[in-house]
Design a protein. Structure first.
Length: 399
């Protein structure tokens, strides 16, 4: 089986530990980092641990065995599905300064025959853990990053050889550069320029149109555009958490979605007064509707754009991390149903109450599901004074 050269894995670990964490500045001495890595990605785990040790940090390894989930869901009763290990997970969040999580699927369809209701029950039970991490992050005391380790199963799903699949990872993460961290900092600088320009425009509404899309998304002064924080590697997107109440219209996603070991294709959504009133899919529709039925998962939490000039991803990769950052001919648009990013709030999010979040239209849910379109789209911003500005067309920002 193809495994990248040691030099590539060491560069990858360098990007994740010494650039992606701490908002692009890398890990500091004596900080604690949890390395959450599947069994199949052990070669990268070794590089991550060694890099953290060289940075004089404290790595804690969570090694995740492959192939355990299907049998768990078959055997677990409702009480077991809803069990929440509160003391353990609270201690984990308290201990962590950083999380590095690696996606590496050995079987993309492991949960295909598992009831969506069971999967959602487990997801909902762990919402407090998500909230604790979010709150610590919003207080400036926690950062995280997410990255991909290519596997044979994922390459097969993308109709690529494993080496071709890894070549996309290497290109996208600048691992073929002499100094990938330097290249990432240059890219993050351009993303910073774009989002600063967007934040200066006082946008009240975004209109997205194409042959199959006619969607309006509401914004205001209580949110800011984000991007380039190092949370995901790679990440070329510029995104914002809208006011969910101001979403109207239709959107079609021409890219497939992998979720909970299942494939969903041809997703179409219709919004009215901020909520999904109609949802369909050519494949996997039952799971789609189960996800949307989760509390507040029928509302938008994120809107994002990727400029094709920044992204080196040109092929479908069968994982949201890469597919939501695809460049190709027209870049991409993606929205997420479910939880909003509360650090999209332009002031101190740690001082905002739940009631205030609700009053500003920041959605809160156990779900955050990204859905992607790579159709040629035109994106127009409507400003507070009703001036209309074309901000994105033919896969590129126009600002």
């Amino acid at each position: 089986m193809y495994i990248p050269k040691k030099e590539i894995l060491e560069k990858y670990a360098d990007v994740l530990i010494n650039c992606a964490l701490n908002g692009g500045n890398g890990i500091k001495e004596s900080e604690t980092v949890f390395l959450q890595v599947p069994e199949i990605a052990k070669p990268l785990l070794i590089a991550l641990r060694n890099t953290a040790l060289k940075a004089k940090a404290f790595p804690i390894i969570q090694f995740i065995p492959d192939g355990l989930d299907k049998e768990y869901y078959k055997l677990a009763n409702q009480k077991q599905l809803e069990f929440f290990p509160e003391i353990y997970l609270r201690g984990k969040v308290n201990q962590a300064d950083h999380f590095v999580s690696i996606i590496a699927d050995s079987d993309l369809y492991e949960l295909k025959d598992i009831s969506p209701e069971k999967i959602m029950a487990k997801t909902k039970a762990f919402k407090p853990y998500m909230d604790w991490k979010r709150d610590k992050e919003n207080s400036g005391k926690l950062t995280w990053t997410l990255a991909l380790y290519g596997t044979k199963a994922m390459a097969k799903e993308a109709n690529l050889t494993l080496e071709e699949y890894w070549n996309q990872i290497i290109e996208a993460c600048y691992l073929n550069e002499k100094n990938p961290v330097k290249k990432w900092k240059e890219t993050l600088s351009e993303i910073e320029r774009i989002k600063s320009k967007l934040n200066s425009l006082n946008i009240k509404e975004i209109n997205i149109t194409s042959d199959k899309i006619d969607l309006k998304i509401g914004l205001d002064s209580n949110r800011k555009w984000m991007g380039g924080s190092g949370r995901n590697i790679p990440s070329f997107e510029v995104f914002i958490s809208p006011d969910w109440r101001k979403t109207h219209g239709i959107i079609y996603f021409n890219q497939p979605l992998y979720r909970y070991g299942n494939l969903i294709k041809g997703i179409a959504l219709e919004f009215k007064d901020g909520k999904v009133v109609k949802a369909s899919a050519k494949e996997g529709e039952k799971l789609l509707k189960e996800m949307i039925d989760v509390e507040n998962a029928d509302k938008i939490g994120e809107f994002s754009l990727t400029d094709e000039r920044l992204s080196k991803i040109t092929k479908f990769m069968a994982t949201t991390l890469f597919d939501e950052n695809i460049g190709g001919k027209y870049g991409n648009t993606h929205i997420a149903l479910g939880s909003a990013y509360k650090d999209s709030y332009p002031r101190d999010p740690s001082k905002v109450s739940d009631k205030e979040w609700d009053s500003m239209g920041y959605n809160d849910s156990a779900i955050h599901t990204d859905m992607i379109s790579t159709e040629n789209r035109k994106v127009t911003a409507v400003l507070e004074d009703n001036e209309r500005i074309l901000i994105y067309e033919n896969g590129q920002f126009k600002i």
